[in-house]
Design a protein around this ligand. Sequence first.
Ligand code: ZN
Length: 138
Amino acid sequence: MTIINEQFTVNTEGNTDIIDITKQVQNFVYQQGLKDALVCVSIQGSTSAVTTIEYEPGLVKDLKEALEKVAPSAQEYHHDEIWHDGNGYAHIRSALMGSSVCIALKDGLLNLGTWQQIILLDFDNKPRSRCVTVQIIS
Ligand code: ZN
């Protein structure tokens, strides 16, 4: 078994910024010239997430609105009573969305649909610099 790691940084605006990172992941994975592997994309931080979506403006807006309903930003959170950082909602959204996604590499291609992109979500209440790790297991 071989494990290859790569990291890259993404600067975000915070406040449920949703960024397409598919190209960065594809570029690194396809440089390796592998046929079959497991590709895991993960992010550090408890106010961010990684998942996949059809990255088009309508759906990006829909996802932001859905998350606002699930964990409203104006609501009081116990976390904020303790830490006073005002980002309780961001931690909830992060926990629900998850901090990693694994994608199979089959016959040299990432197993993503035509309209499926890998996205980074930053829920924190300020701009952040996020470290994304791509780990290839083959
Ligand atoms: Zn916090």
